[in-house]
Design a binder for this molecule. Structure first.
Ligand SMILES: [Zn+2]
Length: 147
């Protein structure tokens, strides 16, 4: 459980969980990251899901990206849920920065890795068509008993 200063609305909460993914080894490439995360998206949202990796910036990965899935509401045409873009961001990811590897005791000339971070509530909202993140912390058993 983490906390942050945030203006609360249907998709932003001050308390949240963060799920981290980290793989380090010899010969791990961006293709491993892409394949792993696309497999995750298919398992979570169905085999027909379309995914899109967009370049992004995070301080501990280089290069960095955001994984998007096609909007389940409009099918990619653009609507209020996806703010007209047709895609929904589900996680941030990237190749582990060489400095992070070095500080963790791994020689970046030998080892590489990928990392990803996502909010389980956001994933659950998309998977279960939950309209408001505040339901998770509202303490209403009618909401919780559905799962
Ligand atoms: Zn949409």
């Amino acid at each position: 459980m983490s906390y942050r200063y945030e203006q609360m609305d249907a998709s932003h909460e001050i308390q949240f969980n963060q799920l981290e993914v980290l793989a380090v080894g010899k010969g791990i490439t961006f293709a491993d990251l892409k394949g792993t995360l696309e497999d995750f998206a298919r398992r979570m949202f169905g085999s027909q899901v379309h995914t899109l990796l967009r370049p992004s910036y995070f301080p501990f990965t280089e290069p960095s990206a955001e994984l998007n899935v096609e909007c389940f509401v409009c099918g990619g045409k653009g609507c209020g849920v996806c703010k007209g873009g047709g895609w929904l961001e589900i996680l941030g990811c990237g190749m582990v920065h060489p400095t992070v590897l070095r500080n963790g005791g791994y020689d970046p000339a030998v080892y590489s890795g990928f990392a990803a971070g996502m909010g389980p509530e956001r994933i659950s909202m998309l998977r279960n068509r939950i309209a408001d993140i505040r339901y998770f912390w509202g303490g209403d058993v009618r909401f919780l008993e559905q799962f």
